[in-house]
Structures are given as C-alpha cells and as structure tokens.
Design a protein around this ligand. Structure first.
Ligand code: TYD
Length: 134
C-alpha cells in the first residue's frame, strides 16, 4: 500500500463547514483509537518510527505541518494544512513530522489500539526489515 490523500466530505454553508469521514465512504479501516497532537513547538519534530501493523489517517484540524513518509526506498513529503483533506499512512512506513506552525492540531485515526510492540524506532532496522521482506 502507498500513502494517499482522502477527500473528506464537507458540508459548507453560511454557518461554517462540517467535514465527515465514514467507513462506507472512504475511511479505509475500522477506527480503534484516536489521538491528537498539539502544542508542538515549531522547532521540534515527531514520529521517527514505523509500525508493523498500524494503519493511520492524519487530519490537520488547524495550522500546518509536513510529514515525510519513507517506504524503504522512496521518501515523499506531504504538506497538511486543510481539515477537509486526510492522508492515509500505510503500515511499515517510516514517518517524520516537522515544521509545525503555531497552534497546529493534528487528529490521527488509527486501526489498532496503542501497542509499543508495534513500533520500529530504529531507522536502520526499519530499512533492513523492508529489504528482507521484499
Ligand atoms: P509516539 O507515538 O512516540 O509519538 P510521536 O510519534 O508523535 O513522536 O508517542 C509518544 C508517547 O505517547 C509514547 O510514550 C507512547 C505514548 N502513546 C500512548 O500511550 N498512546 C497512544 O495512542 C500514542 C499515539 C502514544
């Protein structure tokens, strides 16, 4: 699987905007957990890990940031700044989140509950695993 953008259905009128994602309409997995990132200092980066099984959808609710996704061969950087757009991040993808604007809030939908065993936090090990699994 590759990362891809999901367009979130959005209802806009003079009262404002309402965006929604549902399983039957684009959400690629059953959501088992949500978490959100906020108060990230602009000088700091997050992520620097991969997951064995976890799939995620990232939605930037406010502000902006960049996420670089490495599949073991290719690294691509995505810019998130729109709450009506979501980024699907497949399992076995190394991610680095950086360049957070002030007051950025990032919502993450996750396919599994939190498990530290699902993480790979060593980039060299990540690359080795990807090479061996080819
Ligand atoms: P981590 O995933 O390493 O954060 P990031 O990739 O954004 O830098 O998580 C930071 C800490 O929070 C780590 O100790 C694990 C804990 N954590 C939970 O307990 N539950 C969760 O759902 C998440 C995402 C993290």
């Amino acid at each position: 699987m590759k990362p891809y953008w999901l367009t979130i259905n959005t209802h806009k009128d003079h009262r404002g905007s309402l965006s929604f994602l549902e399983k039957s309409n684009g959400l690629p997995f059953d959501v088992k957990r949500i978490y959100y990132l906020y108060d990230v200092p602009i000088t700091h980066t997050r992520g620097h890990h991969s997951h064995h099984e976890l799939e995620q959808v990232f939605i930037c609710l406010n502000g902006s940031f960049e996420i670089s996704l490495h599949d073991g061969v290719v690294n691509r950087t995505f810019y998130l700044n729109d709450p009506a757009r979501a980024l699907f991040v497949p399992k076995r993808t190394w991610r680095v989140l950086e360049n957070f604007a002030h007051n950025t809030v990032c919502l993450v939908l996750a396919s599994h509950e939190y498990s530290e065993e699902d993480y790979i936090r060593d980039f060299t090990l990540f690359l080795e695993n990807k090479k061996n699994d080819k």
